[in-house]
Design a protein around this ligand. Structure first.
Ligand SMILES: *[C@@H]1O[C@H](CO)[C@@H](O)[C@H](O)[C@H]1NC(C)=O
Ligand SMILES: *[C@@H]1O[C@H](CO)[C@@H](O)[C@H](O)[C@H]1NC(C)=O
Ligand SMILES: *[C@@H]1O[C@H](CO)[C@@H](O)[C@H](O)[C@H]1NC(C)=O
Ligand SMILES: *[C@@H]1O[C@H](CO)[C@@H](O)[C@H](O)[C@H]1NC(C)=O
Ligand SMILES: *[C@@H]1O[C@H](CO)[C@@H](O)[C@H](O)[C@H]1NC(C)=O
Ligand SMILES: *[C@@H]1O[C@H](CO)[C@@H](O)[C@H](O)[C@H]1NC(C)=O
Length: 602
């Protein structure tokens, strides 16, 4: 028997094995007309480089109502527009939340929405912050009417720890149907008390009747100078939370809401001036960075990082804490997964003083020299997730621990299954992620953006940078894994048989012949492949020079009809092979009959 220089394997989710392709992305350009103008660009902290101004997007539990929130072009008043989740067109007119300074988080209900924004307290309020500095506030609207409004900072909120305001609303709002509470996690600056003049963060929970729940899981002051928040609902408080602080770490801090060693250290990050590389998007970020797998207790987190080398003791923090230098010039995309809201899969980041490597435990999605930014993640189902980012292939990174500039080279969309990359990412030059990535009822992941020419080569704004523009149209994009979403649960009658056969064949001889005549097909599987199988994945091609064709052979017709396909692949082009194995599988399905896969070597 011939030995096989390849191993045929089935990924957990079969069709997903092939990864995404251009057909997975669908755009609804300018589908949503706005009643008011919106400025799609927000200048970043420190560098003024352009960021997408966030437009929070949310879908009701029954799937019938979507909502989009956006800041008025005047930079005061937040508008919330109902959106048809099928066409992404407007339904009715916008609700205007007067005085709102930022659209900081949105939850959709079957009868309305809840909005997290920040606004100045009414003039004359005792113990209000100076200069009308805005304070975070949660609004609930039911069928277009305001049903409650609850301040989450300012007088009356955790007074013994000092009063807080949020000049920039960096944070997020989530809601747990099971727990019946809203949770908000946002950056604060204190204007009284021991932390006066400093920046930190706060978690606040609110009941469905609008009362601020002073739960023990709330916090007045957590991570210092937090420049990145990831927050996702759980079935009970505390909700899953992550912070990027200014002392060198990213923490899973669900349990402790702080930045101490009782949390779980996800990553070492080089920091300066309160920044940590805009790991969760920096200004206008902190959304869709942490996602819960559908109907599971597990989570996935995505961020960008320059890596970490040369750990040294952070004496300001004390024993057990380290700071680091960055390994790379540009930022790469990384993910971490969690089996539940407080348990990270794999090891924590190193805290060994003197260690050369501070990032060896990181699961990188990219590893190149490009600068990656604006990373986000959402989940399709219980195992598959979509990780996205933007790229500058030739970045200029002038500022330690901040963003880079350069020619925008595209947005990328990568399928990830249980923490592993599947296939190659899809690239788009004119699709951006600028608002929450939402899992729709049909299993697609959709998000809003503005169709515009996107530039990352100059600062934004008035000081000689990119000219500002406004729009009255929002576009949406959706990514679908199609049948892949359910493939893992479909009846894979022969997958184990195929794997077993493959193993049997590959171990039968230790040397692969350099050339096998194409007329001698090597039949890997003698087991019928049911039409429910949607894809096979070529995991490994052992010989770089081997060429093969992949054929699907009908068992029904004894003549062994070859439906498709003639493919040349090298060891490095497993992606190409995957694409074609998908084509084969699609043919199998369309034939609705039992078939057989043959790998033929030339
Ligand atoms: C609001 O709900 C909370 C939690 O269910 C309850 O403790 C509180 O008494 C309620 N407040 C009002 C005013 O009904
Ligand atoms: C960050 O990295 C730079 C090198 O790029 C280094 O000079 C600086 O000390 C690091 N910052 C910290 C807080 O360690
Ligand atoms: C560290 O990052 C800065 C930007 O934050 C960059 O200028 C520098 O080149 C990086 N260092 C290395 C070793 O790549
Ligand atoms: C999207 O925007 C780009 C750049 O402004 C423009 O060239 C293109 O025509 C727009 N696409 C559509 C479908 O409107
Ligand atoms: C996945 O299966 C569920 C029920 O098992 C079904 O409701 C859903 O439409 C399926 N999704 C896809 C993308 O096939
Ligand atoms: C897939 O197979 C077709 C022939 O069926 C071929 O034309 C195409 O180039 C192959 N694609 C790749 C990426 O190898």
């Amino acid at each position: 028997m011939l030995s096989l220089p390849i191993i045929l394997s089935f990924a957990t989710s079969l069709a997903a094995a092939a990864g995404l392709n251009d057909a997975s992305l669908k755009n609804y350009v300018n589908s949503l007309d706005l009643d008011y103008s919106f400025n799609p660009v927000k200048a970043a902290y420190w560098t003024d480089l352009p960021h997408h101004r966030r437009t929070p997007f949310a879908l009701s539990p029954d799937g019938t109502r979507a909502f989009l929130a956006y800041l008025d072009d005047s930079e005061t008043d937040v508008h919330v527009q109902r959106v048809d989740p099928k066409t992404f067109a407007a339904v009715g007119i916008a609700v205007t939340v007067k005085g709102g300074k930022e659209a900081g988080g949105l939850v959709a209900h079957n009868d309305g929405f809840a909005l997290l924004t920040n606004e100045a307290l009414p003039s004359g309020t005792t113990n209000a912050p100076a200069d009308s500095t805005p304070v975070p506030v949660l609004y609930r609207y039911t069928e277009g009417e305001q049903t409650f409004k609850t301040f989450l900072g300012g007088p009356g909120v955790h007074e013994s720890d000092g009063l807080s305001a949020s000049p920039d609303l960096n944070g997020d709002l989530v809601y747990s149907e099971k727990a019946g509470i809203y949770g908000a996690y946002f950056v604060v600056t204190d204007y009284s008390g021991w932390a006066e003049g400093h920046f930190g963060d706060s978690v606040q929970y609110v009941s469905t009747n609008g009362s601020l729940d002073a739960l023990p899981e709330s916090s007045a002051w957590g991570c210092s100078h937090n420049t990145g928040i990831a927050f996702e609902a759980a079935d009970a408080a505390p909700f899953a939370s992550i912070c990027a602080e200014d002392q060198g770490d990213i923490w899973l801090n669900t349990n402790n809401r702080g930045m101490d060693l009782s949390g779980t250290k996800i990553s070492n990050e080089n920091t300066t001036n309160g920044a940590g590389g805009e790991s969760m998007g920096g200004m206008s970020g902190s959304y869709s960075n942490l996602a819960r797998y559908q109907d599971e207790d597990s989570y996935i987190f995505s961020w960008v990082s320059r890596g970490a080398v040369d750990l040294y003791e952070n004496s300001w923090m004390g024993k057990g804490y380290v700071a680091s230098a960055n390994r790379t010039n540009g930022r790469n995309v990384a993910i971490a997964t969690f089996s539940d809201k407080q348990t990270m899969d794999g090891e924590q980041a190193s805290s060994i003083v003197g260690a050369k490597d501070g990032d060896s435990q990181v699961n990188w999605i990219t590893t190149g020299t490009a600068d990656c930014s604006n990373a986000h993640v959402a989940t399709f189902d219980g195992a598959n997730a979509l990780v996205t980012w933007e790229q500058i292939d030739e970045p200029q990174c002038d500022f330690i621990a901040m963003g880079c500039q350069g020619e925008y080279s595209g947005s990328y969309f990568q399928l990830v299954n249980k923490g592993e990359k599947i296939g190659a990412p899809v690239k788009s030059m004119d699709t951006y992620v600028a608002g929450d990535m939402v899992t729709m009822t049909d299993g697609r992941i959709c998000w809003p953006y503005v169709n515009m020419t996107w530039r990352l080569d100059q600062p934004a704004g008035a000081y000689g940078g990119l000219p500002s523009s406004t729009t009255k149209q929002i576009s949406f994009a959706c990514i679908s894994v199609g049948d892949a979403a359910n493939a893992s649960s479909s009846s894979v009658v022969s997958s184990s048989a195929i794997v077993a056969n493959t193993a049997a064949i590959s171990t039968s001889s230790s040397t692969a012949p350099s050339k096998i005549p194409i007329s001698s097909p090597v039949v890997i599987s003698s087991t019928a492949i049911s039409a429910s199988i949607s894809s096979a994945k070529i995991a490994k091609v052992a010989h770089s020079t081997q060429l093969y064709s992949l054929s699907l052979v009908s068992l029904a017709s004894a003549s062994a009809t070859t439906f498709s396909t003639a493919t040349r692949v090298s060891s490095t082009s497993s992606v190409a092979a995957e694409e074609n194995s998908t084509a084969v599988a699609d043919t199998a399905k369309s034939q609705s009959e039992n078939c057989q896969v043959q790998y033929i070597y030339e």
